[in-house]
Design a protein around this ligand. Structure first.
Ligand SMILES: NC(=O)c1ccc[n+]([C@@H]2O[C@H](COP(=O)([O-])OP(=O)(O)OC[C@H]3O[C@@H](n4cnc5c(N)ncnc54)[C@H](O)[C@@H]3O)[C@@H](O)[C@H]2O)c1
Length: 252
C-alpha cells in the first residue's frame, strides 16, 4: 500500500525521456529532476539537448532517433550503467504535419507514422525486457486529443495518435502480467516549436481556443501532475489508458 504523501514520489527513480528537449518534455524533465529523479535524455536536437542537460548532474544526454530501436536500447544500458537501475520511460518525440488529404506527400505521411507510431512502439519494445527484469516499470507516451478527435487535414497525425492509443491498450494487456504499465496522456493544443507556426495564424489560434471548453490553449505544465501520477507509486494499477489533459477538448 502506498502512503498518501508518496503518490507522486519519483525520487531516486530512473527514467528515459525521448524527445526530451521539446516544448512539452523539457518542463517535465525539470520537474522530475527537481523531485530527485535521475534521467537519460534522448533527442535528435543535439544543441537543445545539451542546453537542457548542462545544468543537470542527475541527467545524461544521448543523441538519438526514436525510430532506431538500438538507440533506446543504448539509453537503457546507459541508465543501468550510470544509475544502476531503470524504472520506466517517457516518449515525447513527435511530428505534426498538417496537410489536406488529397495533396499530402506520401513521404510526409510515412515519416509521421514512423516517428509518432512506429517510434513509440519501438521505444516501448526496447524498454520492456529491462523493466520486466526489474519486476515492472512505467511507460508513458504523449498521445494527443487527435487520438480521439478528427480535425480536417490531420490524417497522418490523427492516424498516428489514434494508433498510439490502441498500441497503449494492447501493450497494457500484453504486459500487465509483468508489472509494466503502459499509458498515454492526451494534451490539447499547446504553443511549442511543433505548433508555433500554425498558431501564428490568428484564425487558426482563435478556432483552436474556441474548440477548448476551458477557453485557453494547453500549457506544458498542465501535463506534469498526470505524468508524475503515471510514473510514480500512485499510478501502479493504471494501465492501457490514454488520459486527456485537455481543458475538455475531447468532450462531445
Ligand atoms: N504541442 C502540442 O500542441 C501537442 C498537443 C498534443 C500532443 N502533442 C505531442 O506531444 C509530443 C511533444 O510535442 P511538443 O509540442 O513538445 O513538440 P516539440 O517539437 O517541441 O518537441 C518534440 C521533440 O521531439 C524531438 N524529436 C522529433 N523527432 C524525433 C525522433 N525521430 N527521435 C527523437 N526525438 C525526436 C524533437 O527534436 C523535439 O525536441 C509530440 O508527440 C506531440 O505530437 C503536442
Amino acid at each position: 500500500m502506498v502512503g498518501n504523501s508518496d503518490f507522486l514520489d519519483v525520487s531516486g527513480r530512473v527514467y528515459l525521456v525521448a524527445g526530451a528537449a521539446g516544448g512539452l518534455a523539457a518542463p517535465l524533465v525539470r520537474a522530475l529532476l527537481e523531485r530527485n529523479a535521475r534521467l537519460v535524455l534522448m533527442d535528435m536536437n543535439t544543441k537543445a539537448l545539451e542546453a537542457l542537460t548542462s545544468a543537470a548532474p542527475e541527467a545524461v544526454a544521448l543523441e538519438g532517433d526514436i525510430t532506431d530501436k538500438r538507440m533506446t536500447e543504448r539509453a537503457v544500458t546507459l541508465a543501468r550503467d550510470r544509475f544502476g537501475r531503470i524504472d520506466g520511460g517517457v516518449n515525447a518525440a513527435g511530428l505534426l504535419p498538417i496537410a489536406a488529404a488529397e495533396t499530402m506527400e506520401a513521404d510526409l505521411f510515412r515519416r509521421c507514422i514512423d516517428v509518432n507510431l512506429t517510434g513509440a512502439f519501438l521505444f516501448s519494445q526496447a524498454l520492456a525486457p529491462a523493466l520486466r527484469a526489474a519486476g515492472g516499470g512505467r511507460i508513458l507516451h504523449i498521445a494527443s486529443v487527435s487520438s480521439m478527435v478528427s480535425n480536417p487535414a490531420y490524417a497522418a497525425y490523427a492516424g498516428s495518435k489514434g494508433g498510439l492509443a490502441q498500441i497503449v491498450c494492447v501493450l497494457g494487456r500484453e504486459w500487465g502480467p509483468t508489472g509494466i504499465t503502459v499509458n498515454a496522456t492526451g494534451p490539447a493544443l499547446t504553443d511549442t516549436a511543433l505548433t508555433h507556426e500554425y498558431l501564428s495564424d490568428p484564425a487558426f489560434r482563435k478556432k483552436a481556443i474556441s474548440d477548448i471548453p476551458m477557453g485557453r490553449l494547453g500549457e506544458p505544465e498542465d501535463l506534469i501532475g498526470m505524468a508524475l501520477l503515471l510514473l510514480g507509486p500512485g499510478g501502479g494499477f493504471i494501465t492501457g489508458q490514454t488520459i486527456y489533459v485537455d481543458g475538455g477538448r475531447t468532450l462531445v
